[in-house]
Design a protein around this ligand. Structure first.
Ligand SMILES: [Zn+2]
Length: 168
């Protein structure tokens, strides 16, 4: 029942208010307001009228359409081998933080064994975890804070000291 909106009517380099979006998409103003209130659509809401950048609106509509097309449940990944959504094999997936807000969910397709990836919001992890077991992986090196790096080095140095054989 979800409606497909005419994305091509939205210009990426334009700024829209709620009313203009409703007119361009042929939907109700309340629909647009709901997207913003749900934090699905990025908008400047610190003053009235609320303003939405065309590129943000396009990104939102694109993501929304992909979701409808594949009908992905939050804990399912899209398998490129099977060309359909699959629940990760063994109900297990890895999560790797990529940005402060998002990360990558990786699981195996139970049908063909392909690796499946999906970008998820960190806030969605709480909803995913009751359904499948998610192992949160350590952040990639560029996201590791200097403090963490130091403690690793200290441990390694201690290990070397203990392992040293006497010389001379
Ligand atoms: Zn597959």
């Amino acid at each position: 029942m979800a409606k497909k909106f005419p994305m091509n009517r939205i210009k990426a380099n334009r700024v829209y208010d709620v009313w203009e979006i409703a007119q361009a998409l042929g939907c109700h103003k309340q629909t647009v307001i709901r997207w913003i209130n749900n934090k699905d659509l990025v908008a400047e809401t610190s003053r009235k009228p609320w303003l939405i950048e065309g590129k943000d609106l396009k990104a939102f509509l694109g993501a929304r359409q992909t979701k409808i097309a594949t009908n992905l449940a939050l804990h399912h990944c899209y398998c490129l081998g099977c060309k359909s959504p699959r629940e990760p094999d063994g109900k297990m997936a890895d999560y790797m933080q990529q940005t402060p807000e998002t990360g990558r969910l990786t699981g195996l397709c139970p049908e063909c064994g392909s690796l499946m990836h999906k970008v998820v919001r960190r806030t969605d992890l709480e909803a995913i975890r009751p359904k499948i077991e998610v192992a949160v992986q350590k952040a990639s090196p560029r996201l590791v804070s200097p403090a963490d790096t130091r403690s690793n080095v200290t441990m390694q140095q201690e290990g070397q000291t203990h392992g040293k054989t006497q010389q001379g």
